[in-house]
Design a protein around this ligand. Structure first.
Ligand code: UDX
Length: 428
């Protein structure tokens, strides 16, 4: 098959490279010439394990990048993987995606064969009917050969390529049988070797499945954090409690790690977007709002434990871990941001360390000190707040000896407790 992918961000680049690896001819389209050039050179514009290998293998043969929409009418399917940034009220800004949907429609307006335009971006169910389908059909001049589908992604940063190649489920949202068949044809090479559940549904339900998935996981962590906070008050080990409840198949052992909360580009954005979309219909989703509130409270709670042992005013505090999770340099909605803000508000001098995410955080907080090792950050500090569960923090040992006051508040239960340091977990 020939597939065009509009948008070469995190999702677009990953799926374009993976489709090429499945044996399809892929044209990646982006307005950014630098990204196009990078892709054509077989290099990755983002840090993602395994991605560069795929780009290197397929650029110049099965994968081509361009700024023009010329390849769209020659392809069988177009995937729209355009960002939908958050507005101030949590709702999503569909402007760029709507423009791309219309431009795609225009490109295929004269087509005599069927063409499926698939929304890959995460969008609210009503926006498919009210904004995106109309944009495609308007562009295509109501050409009846053009269909619109929805195929949400469940890729995690840091394992996006492997998640693509080994999905638990594929969700095909289409409003016609041929639309569903075409999505099957796209993923057929993957399904030949891998047994994934295929969910066939309409585009709106497919969009809701994506939000429900992320809202459920984010709320699961917030519930675990709420219960963990109670455990802490009772002086009980939250991890022991969670390990036990995870044995129940109905709960499952995953996503039960309590701590400083969830961040990243998806959970915060998606939970806020579905809350805003529900409010648009005059429905207040009380549990989801509470999930956000618990998540917002955890960083402040972390610092309450720190200030039990250290007067933060004028103190030198080491923040270990800046990325929103390990194995990525992404700091979007990282819990390190509210931790640093709160520390600064309370008059502390922050010295921060992360193995890969210093440069992005330097743009956000140019005024704080950054170090190239955890040991340097700890040296002479009056306390440490551990925000990301990088493996290397599990082996910290004599590095703590050089702290002026060896107080460690661990937001991820990664540091080894040891004699001579005052250790506090957030929920244990
Ligand atoms: C998530 C979804 O998992 C993925 O399916 C979706 O497509 C995009 O959003 P990602 O944002 O890459 O993926 O990260 P994920 O590994 O899910 O972690 C999200 C956040 O939750 C991180 O900040 C992580 O530290 C936190 N988390 C995760 C916990 O606090 N506890 C846990 O038990 C699990």
């Amino acid at each position: 098959m020939h597939i065009t992918v509009i948008g070469s961000g995190y999702v677009g680049t990953t799926i374009a490279a993976c489709f090429a690896d499945l044996g399809h001819d892929v044209t990646a389209i982006d307005i950014d010439e630098e990204i196009v050039e990078t892709l054509n050179d077989g290099r990755s514009p983002i840090t993602e394990p395994g991605l560069e290998n795929l780009l290197e293998a397929h650029a110049g043969n099965r994968l081509e990048a361009t700024t023009a929409y010329d390849a769209v009418p020659e392809s069988d399917v177009t995937f729209l993987a355009i960002g939908t940034p958050s507005n101030d009220d949590g709702s999503i800004d569909l402007g760029a995606l709507e423009a791309a949907a219309e431009a795609t429609g225009e490109a295929v307006a004269d087509k005599d064969e069927r063409h499926l335009v698939v929304i890959k971006s995460t969008v609210t169910p009503p926006s498919i009917e009210t904004v995106l389908e109309p944009a495609v059909h308007r562009g295509a001049d109501e050409n009846e050969n053009i269909g619109v589908g929805m195929n949400p992604e469940f890729l995690r940063e840091g394992s996006a390529v492997s998640d693509f190649m080994h999905p638990d489920k594929l969700v095909f949202g289409a409003s016609s049988e041929w639309g569903t068949d075409r999505l099957h044809a796209v993923f057929e090479p993957l399904l030949e070797d891998h047994d994934a559940h295929v969910v066939e549904t309409d585009p709106q339900t497919a969009a809701m499945i994506k939000y429900a998935n992320n809202a459920f996981l984010a709320s699961k962590i917030s519930l675990v954090n709420d219960l963990g906070n109670i455990c802490k008050e009772f002086d009980l080990d939250a991890y022991e409690v969670m390990d036990a409840i995870g044995i129940d198949d109905r709960i499952s052992e995953q996503f039960l790690r309590s701590g400083v909360g969830w961040g990243g580009s998806c959970f915060p954005k998606d939970v806020n977007a579905i809350i805003a979309a529900a409010q648009d219909e005059d429905y207040e989703p009380a549990l989801l709002e509470a999930a956000v509130e618990v998540n917002e409270r955890q960083p402040a709670r972390m610092l309450e434990f720190l200030s039990k042992h250290v007067d933060l005013e004028g103190a030198r505090i080491a923040v270990l871990g800046l990325a929103f999770k390990p194995k990525t340099d992404d700091i979007r909605n990282s819990r390190a941001i509210p931790v640093i803000e709160e520390l600064r508000d309370q008059g502390a001098d922050v010295v921060a360390y992360d193995p890969v995410a210093i440069e992005p955080m330097r743009d956000r907080f140019p005024e704080i000190e950054y170090t190239t090792t955890a040991a340097e950050a700890l040296d002479g500090s009056d306390g440490a707040a551990v925000v990301t569960d990088w493996d290397e923090f599990a082996t910290l040992d004599e590095e703590f000896d050089s702290m002026a006051e060896p107080v460690v508040v661990d937001g991820r239960r990664i540091v080894q407790r040891q004699d001579g340091i005052t250790y506090e977990g957030i929920t244990w």
